[in-house]
Design a protein around this ligand. Sequence first.
Ligand code: MG
Length: 159
Amino acid sequence: MLRIGQGWDRHRLIPGRPLVLGAVTVPSPVGPEAHSDGDVLLHALADAVWGAAGGGDLGDHFPPGDPRWKEADSALFLKAAVADARRAGFEVVNADATIVLEHPRLAAHKEEMRRRVALLLGVTPDRVSVKAKTAEGLDAAGAGQCVEAQAVVLLRRIA
Ligand code: MG
């Protein structure tokens, strides 16, 4: 049996914060305002995994503002989502994600993100797609005020 889930996340960008995307720190003068490390790609992926497994959302599992998750490495969240899915009897088939960010360009970092996301999902990198787009100067993302990510994850029941 197959199950599909989607996730979306957006964080405001502010000066002096590290820009972490897909567990990769990308050189940037701005980074996400967030309680955790604000990795929108991993947050969207975690929500997609929980969504596919019928397991709630990131805020249910890791309430924002909880001091335990201050500056947390978001890899922890995605690992927790994948572990929950496994307990529910599912493994990841593939994941497809898009990051929307005006600056900096992410082309040089996409492969490393793909490798790291694959490790966290427990699949080979050929089952993970990380795409990057700008917002063509439109809306908050286009003005460089935020970074966004969308993700779709397919799970299958473990035989
Ligand atoms: Mg988030």
